[in-house]
Write a protein that binds this ligand. Structure first.
Ligand code: PEP
Ligand code: MN
Length: 336
């Protein structure tokens, strides 16, 4: 249920509503928009809308029928903007995160960081903890990898997004990362979602290879329910019968999520396609369909990459793609 406050409601009237929500056994969540203040009463304590309708300063009380509440457009009609360092994600600018699949060495990460920064990316990606299908594949450099990412941030000024694969690593990863990434394989790891929510850092939540949009939004709800408002949703392709590509990029998920939710949408054309030559067309489609950002794998020498080399762009390919992204963004009234 959401409580829409009148434009001239006083802070005291708002306080009364917040207190009343707690009294009935629900958790209050405040959404202060430019036009409206909306208070969510979330949880399973039983409430009657009338209890709130009569309170001073209340304009309207509306039940949210969808299973996701805080993630819904009803709760926040305006787009959410997630700020990471000085980077606003979900606003007018299309934000590009780029870098290697995995941190492999200081030299490789620094070289990737310098290249993506030069081409206009603002956030460096790179896995220090890698969730691999085979236990015999490279699992990541772990804390040493996080230290390399921090060094790259120091030198380039890029913010860092990196994956956290289990609740016990959240504190460690949060010490270094600006954005905590929850990978496709962990999209319904509910203890992990709560742990990243409580870490107080922005979260990039990837859609699972078998998640519906609604399931993705329900996973986002777990993070939002902790009080963490900074969630970025990432479409990274879903599994279909098509085998030519690694996954199937669900372009329609972008406008669908934008309709259902206020959260920014990021697209990962690298994992969505799994093939270097398909990354550019998938990127063009994603930006044209309204993505707020991209996360793209870039390696200084993709042929020697320890992970996902076949879908990684080299610095030259990435910088050419960035020009196209800038042009498409401009055509849509946005910028890089
Ligand atoms: C990644 O971005 O490094 C990754 C493993 O992606 P996904 O979780 O989407 O497979
Ligand atoms: Mn990868």
């Amino acid at each position: 249920m959401i409580i829409i406050m009148k434009n001239d409601a006083t802070p005291d009237q708002r306080q009364v509503v917040l207190k009343r929500i707690e009294e009935v056994g629900r958790k209050p969540h405040l959404s202060e928009g430019e036009r409206k203040t909306i208070i969510g009463a979330v949880g399973n304590g039983s409430v009657s809308p009338l209890d709130f309708q009569i309170l001073p300063g209340v304009e309207n009380v509306v039940p949210i029928m969808k299973p996701f509440k805080l993630a819904s457009r009803e709760f926040r009609p305006e787009n959410s903007v997630v700020t990471v360092r000085d980077i606003a994600i979900g606003g007018e600018r299309v934000v590009v995160m780029a870098g290697p699949c995995a941190v492999e060495s200081e030299e490789q990460t620094m070289s990737a960081a310098r290249a993506v920064r030069k081409a206009g990316a603002r956030i460096l990606r790179g896995g220090a903890f890698k969730p691999r299908t085979s236990p015999y594949s490279f699992q990541g450099m772990r804390e040493d990898g996080l230290k390399i990412l921090a060094k790259a941030r120091e030198e380039t000024g890029l913010a860092i997004v990196t994956e956290v694969i289990a609740p016990e690593y959240v504190d460690l990863v949060a010490e270094y990362a600006d954005i905590l990434q929850v990978g496709a394989r962990n999209v319904q790891n509910f203890p992990l979602l709560e742990a990243v929510g409580n870490a107080g850092k922005p979260v990039l939540l990837k859609r699972g290879m078998m998640s519906t949009v609604e399931e993705l939004l329900m996973s986002a709800e777990y993070i939002l329910a902790t009080g963490n408002k900074d969630v970025l949703l990432c479409e990274r392709g879903i599994r279909s019968f098509e085998k030519y590509t690694r996954n199937t990029l669900d372009i329609s998920a972008i406008p669908v999520i934008k309709e259902l939710s206020h959260l920014p949408v990021i697209v990962d054309p690298s994992h969505a396609t799994g093939k270097r030559n398909l990354v550019a067309p998938a990127t063009r489609g994603a930006v044209a369909a309204g993505a707020d950002g991209l996360i793209i794998e870039v390696h200084p020498d993709p042929d020697t990459a320890l992970c996902d080399g076949i879908q990684s762009l080299d610095p030259k390919e990435f910088s050419e793609l960035m020009e196209t992204v800038a042009n498409i963004s401009a055509a849509l009234g946005r910028s890089l």
